[in-house]
Design a protein. Structure first.
Length: 472
């Protein structure tokens, strides 16, 4: 619960930086209810391009991993290199109403690896010993790009995503969206040598991406030669089958010790379309601007925080009438899209009673273009109970939901021209954003929030803000 105010304080601290807080130190206290790899990042403007880092939460002392203990662990943060100030990039895009520029390179732990027109010789050089197993904690911190991640000559065993254990499975390639984390075991099963590590973009819509592959090295101790084993192939950027196979392989561990507590009874059954759109804009290049929306609502950021408005009962900041269904039903993923791409603008939230259960079907549409959207929910983990191509069919698709061992996570890709169904229990009171983790889409309004009411007594209620909470 305290997490709510912590997030808000970080946001406020960042928004006040240019004014007066330079040099100020804040201390945050919170209980950690999870373990695994998570990350922290700025949530206003495009500051998270550089304001981010890993949070590694180890199991309780004496509690082993549910997989063989790795010899060593390594955090791997995938991100982007921008020659321009990212604020200039998004401001330029908002002024023109068009898509933003893409980054200039990708990075692995801050380095792109040797690329054209870049003097950087440094880069991650992961030292390994033959026969040993390593745990890589991979985080995608990029603003706008989903990534493939591979290591030449080695299989990766996925054991955890978004700080939830998975049934282990082997893969050549992991697919990771902004916001997601993936822990993999890597067995150093060669005697010697150097092997290429690579991160390259995944985009299966006709949308520009930064197509520069970031590289690093896996280096067997004592291998002196300069030859490096490269990858025989990198996935093409539109390698949908690789992405689908990867996401279809993910399952909760669902062991006795780590059960998957999937809500079986659903209190709120919601259906949200996830779309791009176009609204008029007199000063924009085309007389219009590209926007994005959930159920045709382009989210408008309020002037004061939603959590403050909720806690202090400040009226006029938001309404709690977010539509639980699309206002117009059509063939969402069909060729024939509405000719009118306009959206409504609003600061509308969906209200949930404490401890109620939610089933949410996220449906991509073909407005402007179908596209993969990594949707992130704050405040809760959810279970991905189903997914598919085309339009969600309640009769046929619900029957095939996995309610036994669906993957548990906090960010899930809604595939291009398809749907994804998630379930969660609203047992964390407060106001919680749900948004596309592609920063450009969030900026365009692809977000909404749930307001979760208090339950009974202090344990089920939102904590008050700390006394020294800065007032904006
Ligand atoms: C975006 O890209 C265009 C074309 O390369 C360039 O002219 C412009 O300066 C870039 N904008 C920013 C903010 O870097
Ligand atoms: C990468 O993108 C640039 C600019 O969009 C394009 O000119 C180039 O051909 C692309 N390269 C590859 C390997 O796809
Ligand atoms: C908007 O303007 C850009 C750049 O001038 C152009 O490429 C694009 O086709 C235009 N889009 C629409 C919907 O008019
Ligand atoms: C806000 O309204 C609720 C419900 O009426 C009330 O219980 C609560 O005390 C109010 N909070 C504040 C800070 O006024
Ligand atoms: C979305 O809302 C706009 C503005 O009210 C309307 O013109 C448009 O038809 C709506 N589109 C859909 C798909 O609901
Ligand atoms: C939430 O609901 C579940 C299922 O109805 C129940 O078992 C659990 O005790 C409830 N939790 C709280 C904190 O009320
Ligand atoms: C649903 O399933 C039934 C029977 O399995 C099948 O006849 C029907 O075509 C399916 N409908 C859709 C929309 O897929
Ligand atoms: C609140 O939680 C604490 C710690 O979990 C527990 O000791 C206490 O009994 C709970 N109080 C109520 C009213 O449930
Ligand atoms: Cu998106």
């Amino acid at each position: 619960m305290a997490m709510q105010w912590i997030r808000l304080m970080i946001v406020l601290a960042v928004c006040m930086l240019p004014l007066s807080v330079e040099g100020m130190v804040r201390h945050y206290k919170f209980n950690v209810g999870q373990r695994g790899t998570l990350w922290w990042h700025a949530h206003i403007l495009w500051l998270r391009a550089t304001v981010h880092g890993a949070i590694v939460i180890l199991p309780k002392l004496g509690v082993p991993y549910p997989f063989p203990r790795p010899h060593m662990e390594q955090v791997i943060i995938l991100s982007e290199w921008w020659k321009s100030d990212t604020e200039a990039v998004i401001n330029e895009a908002l002024k023109s109403g068009l898509a933003s520029n893409v980054s200039d390179a990708h990075t692995i732990n801050g380095h792109p690896g040797p690329i054209k027109n870049c003097a950087s010789q440094g880069g991650l050089n992961l030292q390994v010993q033959p026969g040993k197993t390593y745990l890589l904690r991979v985080i995608n911190a990029a603003l706008n790009e989903e990534l493939f991640f591979k290591v030449a000559g080695h299989k990766l065993t996925v054991v955890e995503v978004d700080a939830a254990y998975t049934k282990p499975f082997n893969t050549d390639t992991i697919v990771i969206a902004p916001g997601q984390t993936t822990n993999v075991l890597l067995k150093a099963n060669h005697a010697s040598g150097k092997y290429l590590v690579a991160a390259s973009p995944f985009m299966d819509a006709p949308i520009a991406v930064d197509n520069i592959t970031a590289t690093a090295t896996l280096h067997y101790t004592g291998s002196l030669g300069s030859t490096i084993t490269t990858l025989t192939s990198l996935p093409p950027k539109n390698a949908t089958p690789i992405a689908t196979t990867f996401s279809d392989s993910l399952r909760s561990l669902n062991s006795k010790k780590y059960p998957a507590r999937v809500p079986i009874k659903v209190d709120h059954s919601l259906f949200f379309t996830v779309s791009l759109g176009v609204n008029p804009c007199a000063t924009c290049v085309n007389g219009s601007r590209v926007v994005a929306a959930i159920n045709n609502v382009t989210f408008v950021m309020p002037k004061i925080s939603l959590l403050q408005a909720h806690f202090f009962n400040i009226s006029g900041v938001f309404t709690d009438d977010f539509p639980g269904k699309p206002p117009v039903v059509y063939d969402f993923t069909g060729k024939k899209q509405p000719t009118n791409f306009r959206t409504n603008r609003g600061t509308r939230l969906y209200r949930l009673p404490y401890n109620s259960t939610v089933q949410l079907v996220l449906q991509d549409t073909g407005m402007l273009t179908p596209e993969n959207h990594p949707i992130h929910l704050h405040g809760f983990n959810f279970f991905v109970v189903g997914k598919g191509q085309g339009n969600f069919n309640p009769k046929n698709d619900t029957k095939n939901f996995n309610l036994i061992d669906p993957v548990e996570r906090n960010t899930v890709g809604v595939q291009s021209g398809g749907w994804t169904a998630i379930r969660f229990r609203a047992d964390n009171p407060g106001v919680w954003f749900m948004h596309c983790h592609l920063e450009i889409h969030t900026t365009w309004g692809l977000k909404m929030a749930f307001v979760v009411d208090n339950g009974k007594g202090p344990n089920e209620s939102l904590l008050p803000p700390p006394r020294d909470f800065p007032k904006c």
